[in-house]
Ligand binder design. Sequence first.
Ligand code: SAH
Length: 254
Amino acid sequence: MFIYSFPFLLDSVVVAIAMEAEAMPFVEYLGLKLEENFFPSQAPFQAYSGNHNKCQITVVTNGKDTVYGTGVDNVGTVPASTATFMTLSKIGKDVDLVINAGTCGGFKAKGAEIGDVFLTTASANHDRRIAIPGFVEYGVGLIQSTNTENLAAAINAKHGICTTSNSLDHNEDDDKLMLSNDASVKDMEAAAIAWSCKLFDIPHFGVKVVTDIVDGDRPSHEEFLENLGSAAKSLQAALPKIIDEVCGKGHEEL
Ligand code: SAH
C-alpha cells in the first residue's frame, strides 16, 4: 500500500513574554484578542490569541503582581514556569512550538551588544547551588533549545546559551556559574519556561534582546532602564519576522 506522509508543519505557536510592555506591541500588531477565561480566576496571567498566516498564535504574559501588592510585572521563574505549565496543560496537545520572548543582559565576552537579538541554543540556571551528588546537575538544569540555525541566519540574530536566575544583578557565585554555563545572555525566565516545555515534550527556544551588558562597567538596572525602549523596538522588529519564518515550516527547517 502506498502511504503518502505529509510533512509536519508548524501551525500553533505559544509566545511566552514576561512583561506586558514587551508583549502589547506584538499583540496589537497581530490583532490578537484577550481570552477572558483562559486561566482560572486566581491566576494573574493573560492569554491573547488569534490567527496569522494560517498559524494559531497565543501570546501569554505573566500579568501584574497582586500577591505582594506592588502591581509590577510578574518577572522571574515562578510565574514563568507556572504560566507556561498552565498554558500547555490547556492547549499543549495542539501546540507545536513555544517561543520565550523578552529582554536580557548580554556578555560582551561572547560578542553581545546592546540591542542584539539572540536565539537561545540552550538554557540553564545560575542561582541553584546544591552541593549534593546528583543535585548539582539538577540545580544547573541545562535544557537544549530546538535548533534554529536557519532562523537565526534569516533574521540576522546571534546564537547562544541563556542563563537564568531570579536576580537582575549578579554576585561572585553567579559569575562563576554563568561562566561554567557558557552563557551568552542572562535573564530571569528562560530556564523556567524550558522546564515546563520539557515536561510536555514541546520544542521551544528563546528570543532575547540585550538591554544591558553583564560584564561591562555599569550597573544592570541603570542600563536596563536606559535601553528598555530601544530593546523593546528590536524585539518588536524581530518577533513578526520570526513568526513569518516559523509558521508553516517544518521543525527541521528552522
Ligand atoms: N524594573 C523593571 C523590571 C525588570 S526585571 C521594569 O519593570 O521595567 C528584568 C526583566 O528583564 C526580566 O524579565 C528579565 O528576564 C529581563 N532582563 C533584562 N536584563 C537582564 C539581566 N541583566 N539579568 C537578568 N534579567 C534581565
